[in-house]
Design a protein around this ligand. Structure first.
Ligand code: 5AD
Ligand code: SF4
Length: 472
């Protein structure tokens, strides 16, 4: 076996050392079993986790595992989310099932990583009730997967390595892209906002921006491999670059990325309404490669609740921002996130949320029931709203969002718009593509168009998607 003491101390060289060592171990197991080993990665949560999972899958593939759709694989990895309680419950449910699979197949390995692992009470529960889990790691060391797998091979105990402080940003490891023509790029990690309901700053740490030159070289590499659309990812993208030795604004970064040859479309996720600058709005208006879509989380339409949420804007400021966007970028769609049932939310507060939804004209909204997260400021607020009241409001909100979104979507009927073709629906043979504003359109066409940008006429609106025809 490779001697771990010979591992380089610099990254990513150290991880390549362990990936190669694991390759040998996997080959050995393959010989013994007379077949290839399989892996399955399940991702909960946001785009950042999806991006992390591409890296984790890339490492496993490099090591020699073949990807499979079945959760009953040789190496099973869950990349977890803890933004809301129900994601946690889903993980425990899945683990119960996997525990029974592992009883029948003792060679199987189970690994857990991501946001949920950063919480002490989760680690305790795993230690007590889920002792069959082999490897546990957190948000700050996903790049160490191969090293932890190697450690697990050498010991007969589970390996738990959760760091509570962010370490270096390790780049240049393999990644298994979900689509060959579009991909996400992390531009920053962590969040400094401490919205009072949100656990993200506790599990993902403080805000850190990547150097623009690293982002540009990743975009260049992706474009050379056929990527046409990139999504710039961060918890709060408009504070990008403020803490770099040579500060760069997010608008400047957008301009730089749009100059990368081969990049045809740029998206980003997520800006915070409190610091969406005029400079950024002007850049989007002028830069045709930037998609006509702003996801601008509202959270609540009541200024009183927004203050308790620590959002740093009022209802009036939010609506003013929307008006400014509509004036400067008339073809931009605005979408949002809304939380229902935040502690102390009264019927009047909720009606204000409904009224902002109508005034802002969102094209879609992710709606969430407030979920109490241990350790956040909101968790200790009095007047938690009852489940029954929150559910009833949630349904009213869904109805308003649906009506407003359908009205907005209908406005685009008859337009010919550029679509990035993403896949073919095996059931009806129609192609599915995404508009610049992020909505989906289904239309007849040949699957050779997957990955291409084509003009499509929007002919029928189904609320959340369209039917259309290729327009020549
Ligand atoms: N309860 C419900 N929704 C939440 N979000 C974040 N924290 C919570 C919580 N504790 C929502 C916010 C955020 C989105 C990613 O998740 O709306 O914008
Ligand atoms: Fe959470 Fe607020 Fe940071 Fe978004 S901006 S991750 S809601 S703390």
């Amino acid at each position: 076996m490779t001697d771990k003491n010979h591992a380089p101390l610099t990254e990513p060289e150290r991880q390549y050392f362990f990936m190669n060592a694991m390759r040998g171990i996997v080959l050995e197991k393959e010989r013994r079993l007379g077949r290839k080993l399989t892996m399955h990665v399940t991702t909960f949560g946001c785009q950042m986790n999806a991006k992390d999972s591409e890296k984790l899958s890339g490492i496993l593939q490099y090591i020699g595992y073949e990807e499979t759709d079945s959760e009953d694989a040789d190496f099973v990895l869950f990349n977890t989310c803890t933004v809301r309680e129900n994601a946690n419950m889903r993980l425990y449910g899945r683990l119960g099932y996997l525990g029974s699979c592992k009883k029948k197949k003792p060679d199987m390995q189970i690994a857990l990583c991501g946001c949920m692992m950063q919480e002490a009470h989760v680690l305790e529960k795993l230690k007590k009730s889920y002792r069959f889990v082999d490897i546990v790691f957190g948000t700050h060391n996903i790049y160490q997967l191969a090293e932890l797998m190697y450690e697990r091979e050498q010991s007969n105990k589970p390996v738990v390595c959760v760091l509570h402080k962010a370490g270096p940003i390790v780049e240049d490891l393999p990644a298994l892209q979900k689509y060959s023509f579009k991909d996400g790029i992390n531009i920053m990690y962590g969040c400094n906002n401490f919205c009072s309901y949100c656990i993200v700053p506790y599990v993902r740490g403080r805000e850190r921006s990547r150097e623009p030159k690293d982002i540009i070289s990743e975009a260049t590499r992706l474009a050379k491999n056929g990527v046409k659309e990139v999504m710039l990812l961060g918890q709060n993208v408009n504070s990008y670059g403020k803490t770099l030795a040579q500060p760069v604004s997010f608008a400047e970064l957008l301009r730089m990325v749009s100059q990368v040859p081969g990049i045809k479309r740029i998206r980003f996720m997520t800006p915070h309404p409190k610091d969406l600058s005029e400079e950024l709005i002007a850049e989007i208006a002028a830069n045709k490669k930037v998609c006509r879509h702003l996801h601008l989380p509202l959270q609540s339409g009541s200024s009183r609740i927004l203050e308790k949420m620590n959002r740093h804007y009022t209802k009036e400021q939010y609506l003013q921002l929307v008006a400014q966007i509509r004036e400067k970028i008339p073809d931009a769609a605005i979408t949002t996130d809304i939380i229902v049932g935040f502690p102390g939310e009264s019927e009047e507060d909720f009606l204000e949320t409904l009224s902002v939804v109508e005034q802002a004209g969102f094209l879609s909204a992710y709606t969430f029931l407030y979920s109490k997260r241990t350790g956040t400021v909101a968790a200790s607020l009095p007047e938690q709203v009852s489940q029954e009241v929150a559910n009833e409001r949630f349904h009213r909100l869904l109805k308003t969002v649906g009506d407003v979104a359908a009205k907005q979507a209908e406005k685009n009927l008859g337009n010919v718009e550029e679509v990035l073709v993403e896949e073919e629906n095996p059931e009806n043979g129609l192609l599915t593509g995404r508009l610049s504003n992020s909505m989906l359109v289904h239309f007849p066409g040949d699957r050779s168009l997957i990955g291409e940008l084509v003009p499509v006429r929007l002919e029928e609106c189904k609320g959340f998607y369209y039917f259309g025809k290729i327009f020549f």
